[in-house]
Design a binder for this molecule. Sequence first.
Ligand code: SF4
Ligand code: SF4
Length: 324
Amino acid sequence: MSTSEDPGKEAQDQGQHSRPTARASPLSEVFGPVVTGPYPLSPADPSRLGARTPVHSRDRCEGSGECVRVCPTEAITVEGRGEEVTFQLDYGRCIFCRRCVDVCPTGALTASPQFELATLQRDDLRLMHSRKREVAPSPPPSQLWEETRQRVSRLFGGSLAVREVDAGSCNGCEVEVSALTWPAYDSERLGIHFVASPRHADALLVTGPVTANMRLALEKTYRATPAPKFVLAVGACGISGGPFRGSPEILGGVGSVVPVQVFVPGCPPRPEALLYGFWLALGKLEQKLHRKGLEVPAGASRGGRPSSGETPKSGPEHGSTDAP
Ligand code: SF4
Ligand code: SF4
C-alpha cells in the first residue's frame, strides 16, 4: 500500500529508510515500496523492533541483586554471589521495562530485540542461569512462513478463525493484536483472521490478568468454541497477572481459568511475537493429531476437518499460573 505517487523518493527526501518488502511485487515498481513487513517470510527488521528484552550473561553476573530491587514485577531472583550465583528471569512476569538493564553494575543484563519468546509450557519461560545449569530459550523457527500457511491449510482449510478475549487488559495488548491485521503485519497472508463469535472460532487469544468480573465470560467463551481449539495467553498479564499480580480482583492469568496451549510474553507482545505464538500453537495441534494417528490431508476443506469425535480435545493441561 502506498500513500503517495513516489513514497520511496519521499522517504529518502525525509532521510528515512524505505521499509523492507515482504516479497518482490510488480506493484512496487509502479506504486512504491510495499509496507507489509518481512516477518515471517524472512527475519524481522531489527530497526523496527527496538531492544526491550532483558538478556542475561552468566559469565558477567556477580550477583549484586540490583536488578531484583528495581524489578517492578518480581520477575528476577538472584541467589548466591560470585561463583555460586544463581540467576532466574521469568519472561512470563517481565514487562520489558529495561530497568534491570539500566542498573546492572557489571553489564550482565543487556537489552535485545529478541521477540520469539513464546513457549508451549509456562515453566519454559523461566530462564535460569547458574554456574551449574543453563536453560536456553527456544531456538527461532525455520520455514516459519511456509509451515504456518501449510498448517492453517491442513488443519483449518486455509482459514484460522480467532476470537480475541480481553479479560481485563489495559488495552496495550489490544493495540498490538489489532495491528496484526493492519497492512504492516497482515496476518491474513497466513490465513489468520479474527471473528466476533466464539462459535465461529478455532482459537482464542486472551489478554489481561483475568479479573474476577471476566471469569465467567472467559469460561463461557471457551465452552462455546468448538473443538479442536487452542488458547494463547498473551502478555505478562495473560500469563501471570503481570503488573497486577497480588490484586485480590484478579485471578492471576488465563491458565487459572481455561487450558492454555501457548504463552506469549511481552507487555505488550509485538505482532511478530504473536505470529510466532500461532506458529507454535499450530505445530502443537498437528503433533497431537499425529500422536492420535489422525492425518489431515493437505488443503483439507473446512467441512472436511475431523469430526469432534475424532479430534483431540484440548486436554486438562492448564498452564501453570502465578497465584496472586
Ligand atoms: S525488564 Fe523485566 S526483568 Fe527487567 S526490571 Fe523490567 S520487568 Fe523486571
Ligand atoms: S501485558 Fe502489559 S500491555 Fe498487556 S494488558 Fe498487561 S499491562 Fe497491558
